[in-house]
Design a protein around this ligand. Sequence first.
Ligand code: ACO
Length: 362
Amino acid sequence: MTIHQTSTAGLDGVEAAVTMLSHVNGEAGELVIAGSRVGELASESSFEGVVARLWSAASAGETAEADVRAALGQARLRAFRRLPDILPATRGLPIMDGFRAAVAAIGPEDGLSPEVTLVGALPVLAAALVRQAAGKNPVAPDATLGEAADLLRMLRGEAASTAEARALDAYLVTVSDHGMNASTFAARVVASTQANLFMSVTAAYCALSGPLHGGAPGPVLDMLDAIGTRENIAPWVDAALARGDRLMGFGHRIYKVRDPRADVLKRAVDRLGVSKADLGLAAEVEDYARMALEKAKPGRRLDTNVEFYTAILLDALKIPRDAFTPIFAAARAAGWTAHAIEQQRTGRLLRPSSVYVGPMPA
Ligand code: ACO
């Protein structure tokens, strides 16, 4: 028996936690985060509002949005002060790897909870690494702004428009939590040993970085660039599938229909007024890829996932593609910290078993 022959090789369908945080219905294409559908949440709530709801649910307490907003502003300022100690260890590394080193360097701050420290720090680290890669100095946070507006400001060195800040806020909300995905599971495994939240979030980021999870949106843009023109869509996609390549931004373990987050992000892209030519090509690639996947992998039900429109949205916000995964992490840290808190409060040590197929002693 090989590992792949065991029915639980990818832990499909295994219930690893009982949670108040989010629910994914893959057949209906539905995502509920802390009691609301993702589409409603993205149009009605700020990132700080969702963070408050997630942390309240995780701790069975009451965390107010205004308190979260103020605390995250302070946490961004504290993280900025730590940059001179953190950045030297990241120099020369690609942004994705530098971010790992930077996240691992975040630790307890007096008067701030670990979850506030982490969710406030991640956007500061991401922005500083993007600027460092461009040979620029980091920009100090503005604690009076929301996380989305301040992140764009710290990236660019100047204020973003209200529409841009709103679009990034919708993104942060949309990807803030998503059931028992690989990185959240990693966070919960670490938390289940009663290790602290800094350990959990570092592990979660490492799990997020792979192309089968949060490392996909940069490669989505690479794919759109490589396709380039309308005429090239069919030959490029057909050749990729014939080689056995995976099309980035398509397929999902749980969703067997279109990922509901793809629609939420597509609406955010539409509202942002992205060039119709760019959006038109992306929409045509999407349509053709879905059809080609159905032909190449009949019955697999491979549809568009969140990463496809993430790539287009973050690109429209002028965020460099090698920073997409750290920006994703800055948003998902809301869910990671909430899951780690919930796991420590309500869970047991996560310790599955394995199927031994090696030789036995005589
Ligand atoms: N392109 C081409 N073929 C695909 C794709 C794809 N995007 N996704 C799955 N397949 C094929 C597999 O090759 C496999 O074919 P086979 O049965 O003939 O061997 C079949 O569909 C089933 O694939 P699995 O790997 O079993 O599906 P799994 O549930 O493990 O994978 C995953 C889900 C990792 C997301 C996969 O669809 C994929 O690699 N997608 C591309 C990368 C991507 O978009 N990642 C972001 C995911 S969203 C997120 O994590 C935030």
